[in-house]
Write a protein that binds this ligand. Structure first.
Ligand code: ZN
Length: 255
């Protein structure tokens, strides 16, 4: 059996962290977990697995220089600078719509990437990433590698952020597939898991004959307790940054 004692920290690390106007990022990622998002951009960093999946997706769709990475991991101070600079240049309404408040930006987690269609001039705050051609091909392929379009049009009231067709968030597979298929943003997906699942009643996602079970664990209930599951089933645990954990189990269920 694999065993894992749940700690308070577990609730604040992983790929499913909710970072939003209401939920500040609890801790900065470790620098050693950050790597260049793509080969030729050493300054734009991303969490290691997210970077690997981004490179795979770009390669699979044949992006070959037609998609540019604009912004990945931002240290807290950089988000402060962007916020203040945008506020000065564009005013408060624009800034509040398109720039996350320092401490509340997914970019500070290393799990978000802004992409642009390669053009002569690229807008840093609102890059063009149209729903046509290579950009749309990337958008369609992204969920298979764990990415979601995080701020879709029509969900502004849920996310508290204006539509950002260029901003992709790594949440991990198969969460990305479920969210995209069912049109759920991260806020809605976590709410769904929270209300509809438990260790006795996991959600089952099935693709190509592989069953993946997912369930939500309230942190206050699980902190200090030990989670066990059969070694034969690879499992991943992610905090949600909103008081919970999500357990994802491949191939079977431990309960
Ligand atoms: Zn972004």
């Amino acid at each position: 059996m694999s065993r894992k004692k749940i700690t308070h920290e577990d609730g604040f690390q992983g790929t499913l962290l909710l970072i939003s106007p209401e939920h500040a990022l609890d801790r900065q990622p470790e620098r050693r977990s950050l790597v260049p998002a793509v080969e030729n951009c050493p300054d734009i960093l991303l969490e290691r697995t997210a970077a690997r999946m981004l490179k795979q997706t770009l390669s699979e769709v044949g992006a070959g220089g037609r998609i540019a990475v604009v912004s990945g991991y931002r240290p807290h101070q950089e988000q402060v600078d962007i916020w203040e600079d945008t506020l000065q240049k564009e005013g408060e309404t624009f800034t509040r719509t398109y720039v996350a408040k320092p401490g509340h930006s997914e970019h500070e987690s290393g799990l978000a990437i802004d992409l642009a269609e390669q053009r002569e001039s690229i807008d840093f705050i609102c890059p063009a990433f149209p729903r046509t051609g290579i950009c749309q091909r990337f958008r369609r392929a992204a969920p298979f590698r764990g990415f979601v379009e995080r701020y879709p049009a029509g969900k502004e009231r849920v996310t508290g952020i204006g539509a950002e067709p260029w901003h992709f968030r790594y949440v991990g597979y198969p969460h990305s597939m479920i969210m995209t298929r069912d049109g759920m943003v991260l806020e809605e997906y976590l709410q769904f898991l929270k209300t509809e699942t438990s260790p006795d009643r996991p959600y089952c996602y099935e693709e190509d004959g592989v069953r993946i079970h997912i369930c939500y664990l309230p942190l206050d209930e699980w902190e200090g307790r030990e989670l066990t599951w059969p070694d034969t089933f690879p499992a991943l645990l992610s905090g949600t940054n909103e008081g919970g954990l999500v357990l994802t189990c491949w191939g079977g269920w431990y309960a």
